[in-house]
Design a protein around this ligand. Structure first.
Ligand code: HEM
Length: 322
C-alpha cells in the first residue's frame, strides 16, 4: 500500500470515533515544539557516535514497547512489576538515550513531547543513522499509565516460536507475514547475548560441536562456539547479529539467513517456510526493495495501539509516572 495513504488512513482510523481528538500526524509538534524531532535526532546521533551499539538497542526497545500495550512508552517505566523489570526484557537497553532526549525537551518544551514519540523517533533515527531509509512518521502518541511485567511474555516473540506462532502474534498486532519478514530485517544491526542462541548447539568437554538445530549452518555454529565458550551463560558476551556489516542497516541480514547463518531459530524459520522464503530472497537481492517495505512496515509497527486525545499522559520523566 502507498505510504502516504497508509499514514492518512492511520490518522483517520484513530480519530473517527472522537470528532475533537488530536490524532497523530506528521509534524504534530510543528507549532508546540518545532525543534522536537531535530533534538531527538541529535541526541541519537551523539549517543551513537560515542557508542555504536546504541542504534540496535533503540530499535529493539521500540519493538518491545509497541508489542506490549502499544507504542506508549510503557516499557520505559521503572519499578517493581513493570514491563521493564520482566525477565523477557532483561537484555533490552537504550533507556538512557530516551531519558536524555526527554531531559533536553523538558527544558525547551516542557510537558509537550511524549516519551512514546521520543522512542518512536529515536528508533526511526537509529535506522537512518546506520544507513537505513529515512522514514517520516506521525507524532502525537501519548504515554501509557499501565506497565505490567505480566503483559510482557504473552506479547513478545520467543526465538523458539514457529512461523505460525510468530504470524499469529504479528496478526494480533495488525501486522502481516510480510511485515514479519521485513521487520525481522532489523537484525541487520545490533548484538545478541550468547544465551539467546546457544541452545542451538552443544560443545562436549572434548571440544566437539554438536549442532542441535539442523537449520543452523554447521561451520557458523563452530564459529559461534568460539565466541560463546561452553558455559558462557553469564550474559557478558555478545555477538553481532550480522557478522559482515554489524553497524550498517542494509539487506545483508537476508543473505545471511539464506546461508542458514541467522542467529536465531526464528530467523531460520523465515527461509524454511513457503509463506516467507520468497520475500527473504527478494530482499536479499534488493536493498531498495527492502528499504521500501521497511518504510511501510516500520510505520505500522510504530503506530500499534497508540494512545491519543485524552488517553494517557505526557510524562515529565520517561522512567517515572507523573
Ligand atoms: C520476529 C521475532 C523476533 C525475535 C524472536 C527476536 C529476538 C531477538 C533476540 C533474542 C535478540 C537478542 C537479545 C539479546 O540477547 O540481547 C534480538 C535482538 C535484536 N532484535 Fe529482535 N527479534 C525479533 C524481531 C525483531 C524486530 C521486529 C525488530 C525490529 C523491528 C528486532 C530488532 C532487534 C535488534 C535491533 C536487536 C539487537 C539489540 C541490541 O543490539 O541490543 N527484532 N532479537
Amino acid at each position: 500500500m502507498d505510504y502516504a495513504l497508509l499514514m492518512l488512513m492511520s490518522s483517520l482510523t484513530l480519530c473517527l470515533p472522537f470528532p475533537s481528538c488530536s490524532a497523530p500526524s506528521v509534524g504534530f509538534y510543528a507549532g508546540s515544539c518545532p525543534a522536537a524531532e531535530i533534538m531527538v535526532k541529535n541526541t541519537v546521533r551523539s549517543a551513537s557516535d560515542l557508542d555504536p551499539t546504541i542504534p540496535g538497542k533503540l530499535l529493539r526497545l521500540l519493538f518491545h514497547d509497541c508489542f506490549v500495550e502499544g507504542c506508549d512508552a510503557s516499557i520505559l517505566l521503572q519499578g517493581n512489576g513493570t514491563e521493564r523489570s520482566d525477565p523477557g526484557n532483561r537484555s533490552v537497553d537504550g533507556f538512557a538515550v530516551i531519558d536524555s532526549a526527554k531531559r533536553l525537551l523538558e527544558i525547551f518544551c516542557p510537558e509537550t513531547v511524549s516519551c512514546a514519540d521520543i522512542l518512536a523517533l529515536a528508533a526511526r533515527d537509529a535506522v537512518e543513522y546506520t544507513g537505513g531509509p529515512s522514514v517520516q512518521i506521525p507524532t502525537g502518541r501519548r504515554d501509557g499509565r499501565i506497565s505490567a511485567a505480566a503483559n510482557v511474555r504473552p506479547n513478545i516473540i520467543d526465538t523458539s516460536f514457529t512461523l505460525d506462532e510468530m504470524a499469529k502474534l504479528f496478526s494480533i498486532k495488525g501486522l502481516s507475514v510480510d511485515d514479519l519478514v521485513t521487520l525481522s530485517g532489523g537484525h541487520t544491526i545490533g548484538r545478541s547475548h550468547c544465551s539467546s542462541f546457544n541452545d542451538r548447539f552443544k560443545v562436549d568437554p572434548s571440544g566437539s560441536v554438536t549442532v542441535i538445530d539442523s537449520t543452523l549452518d554447521r561451520q557458523y555454529a563452530i564459529q559461534l562456539t568460539k565466541m560463546c565458550p561452553a558455559g558462557a551463560r553469564d550474559d557478558s558476551i555478545t555477538v553481532n547479529n550480522d557478522p559482515g556489516t554489524p553497524f550498517t542497516f542494509d539487506n545483508q541480514y537476508y543473505r545471511i539467513v539464506l546461508e542458514h547463518k541467522g542467529l536465531f531459530q526464528s530467523d531460520s524459520a523465515l527461509v524454511n517456510d513457503n509463506r516467507t522464503r520468497n520475500k527473504v530472497v527478494e530482499f536479499a537481492n534488493s536493498r531498495d526493495g527492502f528499504f521500501e517495505n521497511w518504510a511501510v512496515s516500520f510505520l505500522k509497527l510504530s503506530m500499534i495501539g497508540v494512545k491519543t486525545g485524552d488517553e494517557g499522559d505526557i510524562r515529565q520523566s520517561c522512567s517515572m509516572p507523573n
